[in-house]
Write a protein that binds this ligand. Sequence first.
Ligand SMILES: Nc1nc2c([nH]c(=O)n2[C@@H]2O[C@H](COP(=O)(O)OP(=O)(O)OP(=O)(O)O)[C@@H](O)[C@H]2O)c(=O)[nH]1
Ligand SMILES: [Mg+2]
Length: 320
Amino acid sequence: MTKLIHVAAAAIFNNEGQLLLALRDESQHQGGLWEFPGGKVEASENVRTALARELYEELGIEIDQSATHPLIQVPFHYSDKSVLLDVFRVNCFSGQPYGREGQPLKWVALSELDQYEFPAANKPIVNSLQLPQQIAITPELNLELNPDVYAEYVADVQSSGAQAIMLRAKHLDDPEQLSLYAELSQDLANQGKLLIWNGSVESANKVNVDALHLSSQRLMDLANRAEFSGRYLGASCHNAEQIRKAEQSGVDYITLSPVQRTSSHPDAEPMGWEQFARLTAKCALPVYALGGVTAADLTTCIESGGQGIAGISGFANQAN
Ligand SMILES: Nc1nc2c([nH]c(=O)n2[C@@H]2O[C@H](COP(=O)(O)OP(=O)(O)OP(=O)(O)O)[C@@H](O)[C@H]2O)c(=O)[nH]1
Ligand SMILES: [Mg+2]
């Protein structure tokens, strides 16, 4: 196995919620592309110490470690070297950043990130930054198609912290589910929230669904990411084999379950947070913890390397 070069990098936010990018010099590896500031972790150096040192050396800022949180770890193999990008979200720092090595800097809004060219390893980092931390999955709300019941649910779970809703309504047929999707998505998009449809690539592409979630079975049948034309493609995973398949086919995020025991799947043996952390550390994609988790588990999830939490009951309890 190729040895991974451990790199500490930072998504640094200012008070306006903008993010700091730096332009890599043409002479550097992946030169001419934008990066998240940071650099190599030295032998026997702790990753957070390395991050603080690199950000001081490159930008002249000192970071507040208590406002610095793990974002994502991305192992990536370039043709000439392999890196493990260990990325942190830095919400507080002192000093005014400037390019101490002459590199141009730029503060950008999260929604503008797609306009910048990054090294290939950075794709999951951009996804992680743009994806929300909490996804509420709809329970089977009623047996008949009734958009008002769903609209009410959507309003309720948003007030309980969900920044994205996954429409999962297996009791309805695809045309019914997609008419619900069309009804709810515009409203949510206007509020800057995401609606994800849990369904098939084939049906989603017909009506230009923007965010699609695949069951683990559908993931295993997927040839590659390009089959889906929308912005986000996610998938349910329960083990290392499915995670590998998700990475190989290039999906944008996964859910990993069950983390804890859950009433919707009472017989499924939960993996617990330690196993969640072990599997997530090996995964180059944003990973949502699913199964018996609630907003109270968000910090544990983030510290375990997760993107955030997804669930039915964790949000529905408060919505009822
Ligand atoms: N800092 C940083 N490095 C990245 C990013 N994406 C990415 O693939 N890398 C790769 O990670 C590796 C290490 O980064 P670096 O060149 O900043 O290391 P460094 O600051 O210690 O630089 P030096 O070796 O010139 O002293 C490089 O091969 C670089 O191409 C990113 O967003 N930020
Ligand atoms: Mg650097």
